[in-house]
Design a protein around this ligand. Structure first.
Ligand code: ZN
Ligand code: ZN
Ligand code: FE
Length: 758
């Protein structure tokens, strides 16, 4: 007999946060059943709404469980509960959404295999060591979605018929796999096959044994992952890693390494609690961590960091159970700048040439998703490449952006498309100058339009007339809006921080097209979404050879030496002079004098290139941004000294800095110290300029964006110094600070302009 005070009550509960498309509604359903509560749950605009009715004594434990037992991929910002009048409901229901917008946000990113499923791998007879196990809380999502709504028939699981066992779980409301669309078991689901030497092996145990032997023998394997193929080898075997690097053609980027577990990671790299949390999150991104013990040299080619991640597919876990190795190179399966391979036929032809065997499985990958890359800066995640695990979670905008398509940049492209007040960023696309990548761009756009039911009525482009994305926009036959590159960078950071007021923006970047036709990239702006004013920038530098200067940092080095010393360059006696040779230097200075293909640039990235070259740290770069990465990697963190710049109201000149760097080099001061002094200089002169702009405008909010902020030292020190100077500092955590986040800013600027026209 229930206590008399334990009468029937009702509550109306609102849960705000990432609670859609992550198995939250079935979770609440099961929770309500367990607590013998009646009522319903429905999606709302900002989360979910729940109504419960039942005994008063059940309410506290229900709320407690709601907060603490929520699905791993959900994130609760806030729970509020209000009293209501009981209506005598007699069951608990999941209500269908009325508005389609809420439903499309049910399209979830891919989720790493959960711990319950890892246990089921050993407990469930029909899924014993079955590598495609998944449940309501985990498994493939975005990568297999063909269309909306998210039902099995609209995924690449459509060709697999559920067996009676799976169907029972799928239909049983109280089961962990209730409505888990990709549910499968070894009787009915997808399976792996290994292709080697003209043979095909399908027995999974035998496959694992063969892979194990091959890895130990230094072989390279092409392996089908969740969002694309990987190339895999032993991360401690230099011969294997070196061969992989050579066969990937012009590959100069660091390789990512998958580790068995966090314990092994701690042996090789330094790991802070914030970094560990992100590493172990359900998104399972690659996290850039500082080396402690060396791996094979060819993994990251002398950089002091390694891109590290943990197993996220059931297959990865089963593999590590079987093999001797605790760490494997797992790099994207592609050639040069092409997108990662997702098609089995292409893998069997293109990747077979650079691997000793190809492991594939018979479920198609529909939406290509690279592994995401994150760096932790000031204990906050800073996303460098946003794809698997993050896409297609929308960014909620402070205003309407419906029907706007923002095309993004060119080299590191993502596009963005608006639906009501949500901005959907595409997965990482890559360099549009590559024909296959451009095809991926247009295909991904078509799919976003279809899946999210959006037909754009306005297209937004960068000001750069030659970006392929700009040309694409102008051929769409839609009204076009143009947004300056660095205004878009700052606007993207404002948008993800829901700022809608005038701010001071500091964009430190590679290069972007300016309103004066020069290449900008160190911009101190006062702006809102509508417009911007350029208050200050680093002094223009000559960029001999244009785009070539970005690939060959020595060009920027010589250019700045020429600016500082004129024809006396040889007298500096620097190693760069010997390395490049007077003949090439002569040709370069002649081109500068005659202004042949010598655009002007204020790009911070180009300044970092110049210093990397002058100090001899990096004369030639093998990939985009290698020189600034190496300059940061070499840096001596204990050095607090800096150089003096020369600043006027409009610009900051680094000429005196270049001269002092040459003095330091001649005095035998190490490149590590010089790099630190240079970084400190950039920080100090930026803070000085920002203080001046703040006192002129009365604005204390500073927004930081642009690719240079991937530099952890620069970001952390600058943020700390600005905070000490009472600035409110805003940085990126949802989209990249590099050009991969640009489209969000383009969308925000265009959206705001349209709204105010109405
Ligand atoms: Zn699971
Ligand atoms: Zn089955
Ligand atoms: Fe940029």
């Amino acid at each position: 007999m229930a206590n008399s005070s334990d009468h029937i009550v009702a509550r109306r509960i609102k849960v705000r946060g990432l609670v859609q498309g992550v198995g939250f509604r079935p979770f609440v359903y099961r929770l309500a059943l367990r607590h013998k509560l009646k009522g319903w749950i429905a999606n709302g605009t900002d989360g979910v709404e729940i109504r419960i009715e039942g005994r008063k004594s059940s309410v506290p434990s229900f709320l407690e469980a709601l907060r603490h037992q929520a699905p791993p991929a959900s994130h609760i910002d806030e729970i509020s509960a209000e009293e209501d009048v009981p209506e005598g409901l007699n069951d608990f229901r999941i209500l269908a959404s009325i508005d389609l917008t809420d439903e499309t946000s049910e399209i979830s990113p891919d989720i790493a295999v959960c711990s319950d499923c890892l246990q089921d791998l050993k407990k469930q007879e029909h899924r014993h060591d079955y590598p495609f196990i998944n449940c309501t809380n985990c498994g493939p999502r975005f990568s297999i979605i063909l269309d909306f709504p998210y039902d099995r028939s609209n995924t690449t699981m459509q060709s697999f018929m559920m067996c009676p066992l799976c169907r029972k779980e799928f239909e049983e409301m109280s089961d962990r796999r209730f409505h888990a669309q990709p549910v499968a078991c070894r009787h009915c689901g997808p399976e792996y096959s290994l292709h080697m030497n003209g043979r095909m092996i399908r027995e999974f145990n035998q496959i694992l044994d063969l892979i194990s032997t091959m890895l130990s023998g230094g072989k390279i394997l092409a392996v089908k992952g969740l969002g694309g193929y990987h190339l895999m080898c032993d991360a401690l075997n230099e011969k294997a890693v070196g061969r992989l690097r050579r066969s990937k053609k012009h590959e100069g980027k660091p390789f990512a390494v998958m580790f068995r577990d966090p314990e092994t990671i701690r042996e090789y790299v330094w790991l802070s609690p914030a970094e560990e949390k992100i590493l172990c999150s359900w998104q399972r991104p690659i996290v850039i961590l500082k080396n402690r013990k060396t791996l094979a040299h060819s993994v990251s080619l002398g950089l002091n960091t390694t891109g590290v991640f943990l197993p996220y597919m059931p297959f990865h876990h089963l593999l590590f159970e079987r093999i001797r190795q605790s760490l494997l190179v797992l790099t994207s399966g592609n050639l040069a700048e092409e997108p990662i391979v997702i098609e089995d036929q292409q893998a069997l032809s293109a990747l077979a040439g650079i691997s000793d065997a190809v492991l594939t499985y018979n479920r198609d990958i529909y939406n290509r998703t690279d592994d995401s890359v994150v760096r932790v800066i000031n204990d906050k995640p800073s996303i460098t490449r946003r794809s698997r695990g993050y896409v297609p979670v929308p960014v909620k905008m402070p205003f309407q952006v419906n029907g706007i398509f923002a095309a993004g940049a060119e080299l590191v492209n993502c596009f963005c498309i608006g639906k009501n007040d949500r901005a959907y960023m595409s997965q990482h696309i890559g360099d549009l100058k590559n024909a296959e990548t451009f095809e991926f761009y247009t295909e991904a756009l078509d799919r976003f339009k279809k899946i999210f039911r959006i037909s754009p009525h306005l297209a937004v482009a960068d000001l750069h007339p030659d970006y392929l994305s700009t040309r694409y926009v102008h051929n769409m036959g839609l009204p076009v809006a143009e947004v300056q590159h660095h205004h878009a960078h700052i606007a993207s950071c404002m948008a993800e921080n829901a700022l809608d007021e005038p701010v001071i923006g500091l964009a430190l970047d590679g290069t972007g097209y300016g309103t004066d036709g020069q290449l900008w990239g160190s911009e101190f702006l006062v702006c809102d979404y509508h417009d911007f004013e350029r208050y200050c920038h680093f002094e223009y530098m000559v960029m001999p050879g244009g785009d070539k200067a970005a690939e060959e940092p020595w060009r920027m080095g010589i250019s700045l030496l020429y600016q500082a010393f004129g024809l006396d360059i040889p007298d500096t006696g620097l190693p760069i002079i010997r390395n490049i040779g007077m003949e090439r230097i002569g040709q370069l200075t002649e081109a500068i004098d005659k202004k042949i293909n010598c655009p002007l640039s204020s790009g911070a990235g180009r300044l970092f290139d110049a210093v990397a070259a002058i100090t001899g740290i990096c004369l030639h770069s093998r990939h985009h941004a290698e020189a600034p990465m190496r300059l940061e990697s070499e840096l001596d963190e204990h050095c607090v000294e800096s150089y003096e710049t020369f600043a006027t109201k409009e610009h900051i000149s680094f000429r005196p800095v270049i001269r002092r760097i040459c003095d330091d080099l001649r005095e035998g001061i190490s490149p590590a110290t010089i790099s630190a002094k240079f970084h400190n200089t950039v920080i100090n002169c930026s803070v000085d300029a920002l203080k001046r702009i703040a006192s002129e405008t009365g604005i204390q909010k500073v927004v930081l964006s642009g690719g240079s902020f991937q530099n952890r030292y620069l970001s952390e020190k600058l943020q700390k110094k600005l905070t000490r100077n009472r600035f409110q500092v805003y940085t990126h955590s949802k989209v990249p600070c590099n050009d991969g986040g640009l489209a969000l800013g383009q969308l925000a600027v265009a959206g705001k302009r349209i709204n105010s026209c109405r």
